[in-house]
Ligand binder design. Structure first.
Ligand SMILES: N[C@@H](CCC(=O)N[C@@H](CS)C(=O)NCC(=O)O)C(=O)O
Length: 242
């Protein structure tokens, strides 16, 4: 198996985690955001990562890949104990993929793109080191293209922060009952929450050099610090199950 991905991609982290959790061997292929699309479009309909190549069978999209892995490698299931749990876990995954994923991305890039020195090593992580220098050289264009492509500006970042505020409240409440989102154990719902929110608690195992939080733009630094209590359980789940 080969996994085409960006190191920084939190959707890719979902799949890295599922593959590791199931003890499956795979070859990681780390791509550079921007130059990736040609290579991905040769294999799949869209340009997004993650993409899994399993002996020539191509699967694009983190939810589709998790579903594929559950069907082909059912041991160490991530789908809960019964059909109801599976449906609940999938519903959480869909909501988090649709809401948390894009919101984190908009919010974090809005501030990180203001710090080229910190974001360049993250965008180029696990690729040849010259990419970091090339990216720094062309940074103003990278900034412009990324903002334009993902519609990132102060207004969309503020809206993303509101989305995250209410989602974090909801997750915190949901975690009070059993410590897991579905039933009493770890499922792909928790894996999705902890992967997509990882940029807010910056776990060591995630394959990028996280920025020094003291040097982040003040609104980013302050909001992250303020939200740590609400993130305590997902951060713990990452530590326990990743
Ligand atoms: N719903 C998709 C979202 C994937 C996604 O947004 N990937 C981003 C990186 S986190 C990407 O590849 N962006 C570049 C592109 O779309 O060409 C999934 O779950 O895989």
């Amino acid at each position: 198996m080969k996994l085409y991905q960006f190191a920084i991609s939190h959707f890719s982290e979902k799949v890295r985690w599922a593959l590791d959790y199931k003890n499956l061997n795979y070859q990681p292929v780390f791509l550079l955001p921007g130059t990736h699309s040609k290579q991905i479009r040769r294999m799949a309909p869209g340009s997004s990562v993650p993409v899994l190549d399993h002996d020539g069978e191509i699967v694009q999209g983190s939810a589709e890949i998790l579903d594929y892995l559950e069907r082909h490698f059912p041991e160490k299931s991530l789908s809960g104990d019964d059909a109801n749990s599976k449906a609940d876990a999938l519903a959480w995954q869909q909501r988090l993929d649709d809401e948390a994923g894009p919101a984190i991305r908009t919010w974090a890039y809005h501030y990180l793109l203001q710090r080229p020195k910190q974001v360049a090593p993250m965008l180029t992580a696990q690729t040849p080191v010259y990419n970091r220098y090339l990216l720094r050289l062309g940074f103003s264009r990278v900034d412009e293209v990324m903002r334009d492509w993902m519609k990132i500006n102060q207004k969309t970042a503020d809206k993303a922060q509101q989305t995250l505020d209410s989602l974090l409240e909801e997750l915190d409440a949901a975690y009070q009952t059993s410590g897991y989102l579905v039933g009493g154990g770890f499922t792909l719902a928790d894996l999705t929450a902890a992967s997509l929110l990882a940029p807010l608690f910056m776990p060591e195992k995630y394959p990028v050099p996280w920025p020094d939080t003291r040097r982040l733009p003040a609104p980013m630094k302050d909001w992250i610090a303020q939200k740590q209590p609400k993130l305590a359980r997902v951060a713990e789940i990452y530590r326990l199950h990743r």
